[in-house]
Design a protein around this ligand. Sequence first.
Ligand code: ADP
Ligand code: MG
Length: 249
Amino acid sequence: RKSVWRLSTGSKELDEVLAGGLESQSVTEFAGMYGSGKTQIMHQSCVNLQIASKIFAETENVLEKELPNPKSVYIDTEGTFRPERILQMAEGAGVDGQYVLDNTFVARAYNSDMQMLFAEKIEDLIKGGNNIKLVIIDSLTSAFRNEFTGRGKLAERQQKLGRHMATLNKLADLHNCVVLVTNQVAAKPDAFFGVAEQAIGGHVVGHAATFRFFLRKSKGDKRVAKLYDSPHLPDSEAVFRITEKGIQD
Ligand code: ADP
Ligand code: MG
């Protein structure tokens, strides 16, 4: 088994809740309402992957062997990836934004089939010599939620989501990647989503994600991230901020 490395979120407090940062060989879920900061954390992670001081490993050896010229794959299902925001965050962190963009593969998925196919194709990118170390699915659930509506489609949705999560877990394990997924939670759960979305999406994703966060807005630029249901970490909360520079304490 390769040794786990960690990626900083940009917030020390949030990294501490994760016992040091986002872990490789696992899938981490960020759930929360619209505007809670899910997509911002995804952008920041792409920037931080290009900053040596934001990558934590137990030995120098891990960094040299595992992380030379690391690259990200960002599967964007909602059209919310913004290169300008990457440039802004990179400037905030003092790194070359164009370099970050050059090392970030962005794929816009218009439906769940494309989303699943792109995830399966990451293996080919790796075989082609790209050192993919970060995989992002933003959003994991929106396409599934839009396409599989009604009770009659629940079983199919659950099965497909389960298969997608298995693909992601396999990537994380085999290639020692950090995998991040987002999951938007409805502001006002209606009768159907209130029960079905939480129970079905929640159940399948819940079993496949090692770390699960729930994000919520606080005062001004502050956000609260609550870690829950982790197999080996206590439930706890971190406060972070979203500023022009990015995710910060
Ligand atoms: P979601 O959880 O829906 O993905 P986002 O990650 O898109 O939410 O967060 C959007 C919020 O991030 C905005 O409401 C704003 O508060 C903050 N934000 C986005 N861009 C900037 C920026 N350039 N400077 C400061 N804050 C920003
Ligand atoms: Mg978003």
